[in-house]
Design a protein around this ligand. Structure first.
Ligand code: NAD
Ligand code: FES
Length: 280
């Protein structure tokens, strides 16, 4: 059981939790994730680590409340406990001095991009960050990302802050203006990561994405996180979560992410109805 020591809403439906999990904090590295179960009837779901502190033994989780599990997690308050958190899982980001690195974060994925940008900066890279959200109030981790960026760009889909458009549009403009990148790193919705891959493909810039398929065991046994990379079947939980973006079959990833949408919608409706009954 892991106790929540800090809880904040950092954007609408976006929660920031600091959780006491010293064994995970001790070993955590950029790019890794945890699998959680909120309570004994809960499903297992992955969250990428947004931060950790070896000294006070905490890890930071940032998530958008979308389905039953993230809604339940978002309802827990300070000093309440999460039933179990397994991690750190997945292969860490390959952090080294590449030269000029562009880190692209979309939506709640910005929080997952943050420790990667920080580690790449600390490894001596010049870090150019592009972060984007649908609208200004959904932008998160701006100050954190700015702190570890040599150049920093913001976009919103509706133009309420920064460049009006997608993060991939900003990246395209920078490349067309002559920016030269040795590595591009993208975290966010699969459609965004696909768009980034298509921007960089003609320029042959190495592009790494952190995939977010459905996961169950996170041990490489259940097959839930199966993705096709370079024509080969890979399991994101043990072979990833990071892969070469130009080799990923994003169409399949997006189809598999949506496989249980109607069941997820029904589960949420039942959970909300039960909650209303209990509250009445
Ligand atoms: P969102 O749908 O609000 O999109 C965020 C940003 O991504 C947009 O502002 C835009 O800049 C870009 N984007 C969206 N659609 C695009 C498109 N078609 N083409 C180009 N760019 C596009 O994101 P959200 O609702 O905050 O959801 C965040 C997503 O990030 C979730 O799907 C979550 O699973 C994922 N995520 C992934 C990881 C990971 O490790 N890969 C970690 C955390 C979150
Ligand atoms: Fe089961 Fe990856 S989550 S194989």
């Amino acid at each position: 059981m892991c106790k929540i020591v800090e809880k904040r809403e950092i954007a609408p439906r976006t929660k920031f939790l600091k959780v006491f999990a010293p064994e995970i904090a001790k070993k955590a590295q950029p790019g890794q994730f945890v699998i959680l179960r909120v309570d004994e009837r809960g499903e297992r779901f992955p969250l990428t680590l947004a931060d950790w502190n070896k000294e006070d033994g905490t890890i930071t989780l940032v998530f958008l409340e979308v389905g039953v599990s993230t809604r339940k997690l978002g309802e827990l308050g300070k000093n309440e406990v999460i039933l179990d958190i397994l991690g750190p899982l997945g292969n860490p980001t390959e952090v080294r001095n590449y030269g000029v690195v562009c880190v692209v974060g979309g939506g709640v994925g910005i929080a997952a991009a943050y420790p990667i940008a920080r580690a790449l900066k600390e490894a001596g890279n010049k870090v150019v960050s592009i972060i984007g959200a649908r609208t200004a109030e959904l932008l998160i981790f701006e100050e954190e990302m700015m702190r570890f960026s040599d150049e920093f760009y913001v976009s919103t889909d509706d133009g309420t802050k920064g460049y009006k458009g997608f993060v991939s549009d900003v990246l395209k403009v920078l490349i067309q203006k002559g920016h030269r990148f040795d590595l591009i790193y993208a975290v966010g919705p699969a459609v965004m990561m696909r768009a980034v891959a298509e921007v960089t493909r003609p320029f042959k810039v190495k592009t790494v994405v952190s995939l977010n398929p459905i996961m169950v065991d996170a041990m490489g046994m259940c097959g839930a996180c199966r993705v096709t990379v370079g024509g080969k079947m890979r399991f994101a939980c043990v072979d990833g979560p990071e892969f070469d973006a130009h080799d990923v079959d994003f169409g399949e990833l997006i189809r598999r992410q949506m496989a249980f949408l109607s069941e997820e919608k029904m589960a949420l409706e039942c959970w909300e109805a039960n909650k209303r009954t209990k509250e009445a």
